[in-house]
Write a protein that binds this ligand. Structure first.
Ligand code: GAL
Length: 408
């Protein structure tokens, strides 16, 4: 073959592969140490597949990032893909016809055969069409404890909420904050949500969060929840941090003894080289032996783009996100559980194993993001901030909470 023909052939191959290497801007709010390590696995996989991940990290919690994502999509400046939580957060964008239908990719990839629990795919489905690729299962209902704080005080590491509260006076006397809590609405809502499952119990929790039974919401089981929240309010005095991962850092460094936070906190312990079961303990369901976790977590949605190459790259990314290899690499770093059961998680630590057990037992219920409208969730969040920053009584808080839920 003459040199010129070879060069032409080579340049054709380069241009073809270059044409295949499509840039996609991906927005998300994963900016803490553990989150960044996890999202780097997604970027690495997408780049290795021949396309190019343009990272669009937005600092701050989901409450800060989501309005930015939504305004870009509705304002005609869409990204290639964006994170939202499982549930209704992108529903209005889908109903406005702004989001890409992924049904072809989901059908070709037989997603319905392996996504577990299937309610994650149902949460992506609107009028029979699939609009998101679920990437993980996060559950908020965990208590994280610094083992060394208790060992240094000659105390046993608490195994449940009651033991945690009982040991708090000795922790406080040692100049350590018993409960680390960042002062953002979603964090106090999360703590309250975790207490609902752990303290009211699964039957009362279902009655309210699934059946929307307001008599139970106003009843004695939830009175116990609000009393526990009032106790936690005292235990959190002195936290003085904002972002959730700064509160986690208080626990990692021994400035605080514990934190109620989702299992994404595990990613922070990991990047700080803390060993689960040695340096820290993780109590799913806040240590209630009847562990029930809610399926929170994340999915990627894809705005419609009038660019055939980018649309094809969106489909490739959606398929990649649910693939076994990416599911393992991402979730091990993220602290979450995979959205499929047919992957090898032998590298999972004792905390991830606890989450996997609850999943295997089917002890998972829909997350708040999937049960209440975003507006209700915002109102509950605002109530929680007010409650946590005031001396509002547990009784008053319960009455106001019921009033909000009644208008969902
Ligand atoms: C949640 C999200 C998690 C975690 C957390 C804190 O909404 O599902 O992935 O990142 O926010 O940022």
């Amino acid at each position: 073959m003459k040199l010129t023909t070879k060069l032409l052939a080579a340049s054709a191959i380069v241009s073809a592969s270059a044409a295949m290497a499509t840039d996609l801007e991906v927005t998300h709010w994963w900016t803490s140490g553990g989150e960044a390590a996890a999202v780097a696995e997604l970027a690495k996989a997408f780049d290795a597949s021949g396309d190019h991940w343009i990272d669009g990290a937005i600092a701050g919690s989901g409450g800060v990032a989501r309005p930015i994502m939504i305004s870009r999509i509705t304002g005609g400046d869409p990204m290639g893909a964006t994170q939202f939580n499982h549930g209704q957060q992108a529903l209005e964008l889908v109903q406005a016809g702004l989001m890409q239908d992924l049904s072809e990719v989901a059908d070709a990839g037989h997603w319905r055969d392996f996504i577990n629990p299937i309610n994650l795919l149902d949460a992506c489905t609107v009028d029979g069409k699939v609009y998101c690729a679920p990437v993980n299962i996060h559950s908020p209902e965990w208590l994280w404890l610094n083992n060394h704080v208790y060992e240094n005080l000659g105390l046993p590491v608490p195994q449940n909420w009651d033991e945690f509260v009982a040991s708090a006076p000795q922790v406080r006397a040692a100049g350590i904050v018993p409960l680390a809590l960042g002062d953002q609405p979603w964090q106090s809502s999360l703590a309250f949500g975790a207490m609902q499952v752990a303290i009211a119990g699964i039957d009362a929790w279902r009655a309210v969060n699934v059946d929307h039974n307001m008599d139970v919401a106003a009843g004695p089981e939830f009175a116990k929840v609000f009393q526990a929240a009032a106790d936690a309010r005292e235990l959190a005095v002195g936290s003085n941090v904002g972002d959730w991962n700064l509160a986690t850092n208080l626990v990692i460094t021994g400035q605080a003894a514990g934190q109620i936070m989702g299992d994404w906190a595990r990613g922070e312990f990991a990047v700080a080289n803390q060993v689960a079961g040695v340096d820290y303990s993780c109590l799913p369901g806040l240590g209630n032996p009847d562990v029930w976790l809610s399926t929170g977590g994340d999915a990627f949605y894809f705005p419609k783009l009038n660019d055939a190459d980018k649309t094809a790259a969106q489909m490739r990314l959606a398929a990649l996100l649910v693939s076994p290899e990416v599911q393992v690499a991402f979730n091990l770093k993220k602290g979450s559980l995979p959205i499929r059961g047919d992957v090898d998680l032998s590298a999972a630590d004792v905390c991830m194993q606890k989450g996997l057990s609850a999943l295997a037992e089917g002890h998972m219920v829909p997350g708040g993001d999937m049960v209440w409208t975003p507006d209700t969730q915002t109102q509950v969040g605002d109530l929680m901030v007010e409650f946590w920053k005031s001396d509002m009584t547990a009784e008053d808080a319960q009455a106001r909470w019921v009033a909000i839920l009644q208008n969902d």
